[in-house]
Design a protein around this ligand. Structure first.
Ligand code: LMR
Length: 398
């Protein structure tokens, strides 16, 4: 038998929760696992700008032929302008190249594959805690990974000194993975001053930044959320960026993300792109078109873009409101001081609940959150916040 030796793997720590939730027969169950935005009605909506773009695409599309290996050039331009800003020297000097990858995950994997295949580096430093998929993406691409501390439980803040202290063990040429904004799972981002120190540190130690930029617009705003990344780019001449439209355009199942590689000059960028094409060709051949066309349609039309910015702000502000409400309800039900939840950015809140408490939430209350204690605040609404706060208070006091 060829497959007899294969052992059953554990369920995915995030997407596996959605499966378990679906199989739970209890009424009133609440899923705060996967990072998928829901509106006040508990529905993951299709944005109006996306619907309008899809209508346009359906009416004008004339062919289903292959896209170029790296996707449409227009898509790459839009991605780079969003990341760096239209007038950035990286954009005007054509120092960066972009390929459309299937979601942020696809971009991370393509970047890791590229690093491995081109002998760019052999070790990648990844924060702890991080998005559960990061470590296995690195490992499956054949990279060694090391962890650096990120979160300080006592202050619910960034463990900045410990982070740099650990990273000082990195060897010249190693890669450092950083969350550009809305850190997943903690919701804690460096301040501008800390980004500047990180940038100087990476430059001095000759480390290669790899930015995971999956939540642009979900923290403080489209431009604001790019600030840390742009500070890094102003100091470090080369970097990789994995970005995504899953969250900010709500295009989760269209798998529309991008890998952007910044090089020291245009000539180097052209060589990188030529090799990147081989990485892509040998894994996905060329990208799927629909999501990419939605993005280019929305972002190149003045009115649709304005509508997108409004809809994105609405999602961002609703999450902020839910943070305030959750902290207030937790106080009301005697769960303790959770004011730190209000300060965190993006879709998630790192609640500080331990494994036993997370398990009790599921078993006794039908509430699903990630094992690390991560709560998807983007799935909280004015109705489920009450049972959620009561249940958290119950498990905290137990
Ligand atoms: C999450 O962290 O929940 C999202 O990024 C969804 C995923 O793919 O894990």
């Amino acid at each position: 038998m060829f497959f007899d030796h294969i052992e059953a793997a554990p369920a995915d720590p995030i997407l596996g929760l959605t499966e378990a939730f679906k199989n739970d027969p209890r009424e009133g169950k609440i899923n705060l696992g996967a990072g998928v935005y829901q509106n006040e009605d508990g529905v993951n909506p299709i944005l109006n700008c996306v619907k309008a773009a899809e209508k346009k695409i359906l009416e004008t599309e004339t062919s289903k032929s292959y896209l170029p290996i790296t996707g449409l050039p227009e898509y790459g331009r839009i991605v780079r302008e969003l990341i760096f800003g239209k007038d950035s020297q990286i954009v005007t000097a054509e120092r960066a190249v972009t390929c459309h990858c299937p979601g942020g995950t696809g971009a991370l994997r393509m970047g890791a594959d590229f690093i491995k295949q081109q002998n760019v580096a052999s070790t990648i430093w990844i924060c702890d805690p991080t998005w559960a998929n990061h470590y296995q993406i690195a490992a499956n691409a054949g990279l060694n990974f090391e962890r650096y501390p990120y979160y300080d439980r006592a202050t619910h803040g960034l463990a900045f000194d410990r982070m740099l202290e650990t990273l000082s063990q990195a060897k010249e040429g190693d890669v450092v993975l950083l969350h550009a904004c809305c850190h997943n799972p903690t919701g804690i981002d460096p301040t501008v001053e800390q980004w500047e120190q990180i940038a100087d540190f990476l430059k001095e130690k000759k480390l290669l930044p790899f930015m995971d930029f999956a939540y642009q617009g979900f923290g403080r705003g489209i431009e604001e959320d790019a600030q840390g990344l742009r500070i890094i780019a102003s100091r470090c001449p080369e970097m990789l960026i994995a970005s995504s439209f899953s969250k900010n355009l709500g295009l989760y199942n269209e798998r529309v993300g991008a890998l952007t590689i910044v090089c020291q000059d245009k000539d180097s960028a052209a060589r990188v792109l030529s090799q990147l094409k081989i990485t892509i060709r040998s894994s996905i051949s060329n990208p799927p078109a629909h999501g990419e066309k939605i993005v280019t349609t929305v972002l190149s039309d003045v009115n649709l873009r304005a509508q997108w910015e409004e809809e994105l702000a609405e999602m961002r502000n609703r999450i902020r409101d839910m943070r305030v409400l959750l902290a207030a309800k937790l106080k009301e039900y005697g769960a303790g001081d959770f004011d730190f939840v209000v300060e965190q950015n993006g879709m998630f809140s790192f609640s500080g609940l331990n494994k036993e408490q997370v398990e009790a939430l599921k078993k006794d209350h039908g509430i699903y959150i990630v094992g690390s204690g991560r709560i998807c605040v983007a799935c909280i609404n004015t109705r489920n916040v009450e049972p959620l706060a009561k249940a958290i208070a119950a498990v905290v006091k137990a």
